[in-house]
Design a protein around this ligand. Structure first.
Ligand code: FAD
Length: 355
């Protein structure tokens, strides 16, 4: 491969994912320098190979057959900061570990991403599905994304307004999927050190406190809640071998929500969005469709700590994970008429989503 080194063949991908399943990549390269990108893409073009951009592998499911193209594992490093009035702009390379950026921001008294503590993966992965948790989304802090535009074959800068961020969505996973390779991201963080405590779980934890909660308190609280739900990566905990939430929370029309609510004697959880539609917790739908935490399919299981996560109990195949997911989608559809959409990106499958 002209101008690049380190091309490897038949590289098992499971170890590069948090789920720990999946077959090999036909070709694989670590991207340590932006200048290695064009030759890598040219190689794929010459061989007519599909390209997959891999970050921390925390939101993907690789098929048992693997990926027949070139996997580019983004390992770009570097973080810098610049004052901007009451704010600081943090520029982080796409291959930086996301939680390390959050930890550093919290210890520097910069607010805006503290509730996103403990989310695994890379900086470059965060704009893709507009990562969010506990009342914050990265779209609230991102000002600019630097990327390589595969269509125009050049580096570009996208302002946040051009990224079309919404719930678990952006141009990077919808209209312009596969077009951009994210190189670095700018986050505008506030110097006031005021944490966001808008999520009910967090509000409950802090309501009885006499002193104001600090950024560090909120980070600690979020990490504790995550650990309790198996949503922190911990090699020693079986329930954390997952891709996080396996399904997005569906958003439905209010009339549809009311119809579901009228069928239940208990109150149906729902969060009204700005446009009047209602977001229903997928975990609730899954439980009401008859699934229990710990239900298994081979070595794949619904997490014992959180009904929304599918975990690899050790030795699971992608096929087992997909079978369990498919069963969940089918039963939720039968019960509620709602089609759950998976959050992880499926790689190397024949169909876009094998349900
Ligand atoms: C235990 C656990 C908890 C989680 N909790 C949350 C949560 O609370 N909220 C949430 O939103 N998500 C959560 N996730 C999902 C996941 O961590 C995030 O989506 C994360 O941002 C994915 O980043 P990644 O680097 O691992 O991306 P990968 O999994 O490697 O890739 C995911 C997608 O992003 C693309 N991509 C990655 N890097 C780049 C790049 N540089 N340029 C272009 N495309 C790129 C890939 O091609 C792929 O399409 C969780 C996952 C786990 C395992």
């Amino acid at each position: 491969m002209n101008g690049t080194t380190g091309l490897r063949e038949h590289v098992p991908l499971a170890a590069f994912t948090t789920l720990g399943v999946g077959g090999p990549a036909r070709y694989f390269i670590e991207l340590y320098s932006e200048s290695d990108l064009a030759p890598a893409l040219a190689f794929a073009e010459r061989k007519r190979l599909p390209v997959f951009i891999l970050g921390g592998g925390s939101n993907i499911l690789v098929s048992d057959e693997g990926f027949r193209g070139l996997v580019i594992h983004v390992a770009l490093r570097g973080v810098s900061s610049q004052p901007a009035g009451n704010h600081t702009i943090i520029t982080a390379a796409a291959g930086e570990n996301w939680d390390a950026i959050v930890a550093a921001a919290v210890s520097d008294g910069l607010s805006g991403i503290e509730c996103l503590s403990g989310i695994p993966g890379s900086v470059g992965g965060t704009p893709v599905q507009n990562v969010g948790a506990y009342g914050q989304e990265v779209s609230q802090s991102i000002t600019r994304v630097r990327a390589f535009d595969r269509e125009e074959n050049r580096g570009v800068e996208l302002q946040a307004s051009e990224c079309a961020f919404s719930y678990r969505s952006s141009i990077f996973n919808t209209s312009l999927q596969n077009r951009f390779i994210i190189l670095s991201v700018d986050f505008r963080l506030h110097c006031d050190g005021e944490p966001a405590i808008v999520y009910p779980d967090l509000q409950r934890m802090f309501e009885s406190r006499e002193s104001d909660a600090t950024l560090a308190d909120v980070r600690k609280a979020v990490l504790n809640i995550r650990a309790a739900k198996g949503m922190l990566i911990d090699g020693s905990v079986e329930d954390s071998r997952s891709a996080g939430s396996f399904f997005r929370n569906p958003v439905v029309e209010r009339t549809f929500f009311e119809r579901i609510a009228s069928e239940f004697s208990e109150s149906v959880p729902g969060f009204t969005l700005d446009d009047g539609k209602v977001k229903i917790p997928a975990a609730w739908l899954i439980e009401k469709a008859g699934f229990r935490r710990g239900d298994t399919r081979g070595r794949a299981a619904i997490s014992r700590k959180h009904s929304l996560a599918i975990v690899n109990l050790g030795g699971a195949t992608a096929h087992e994970i997909v079978s369990l997911a498919s069963q969940i989608v089918e039963r939720v559809h039968q019960r509620f008429g709602i089609v759950l959409t998976p959050e992880p990106v499926m790689i190397g499958f024949d169909r876009q989503y094998p349900v």
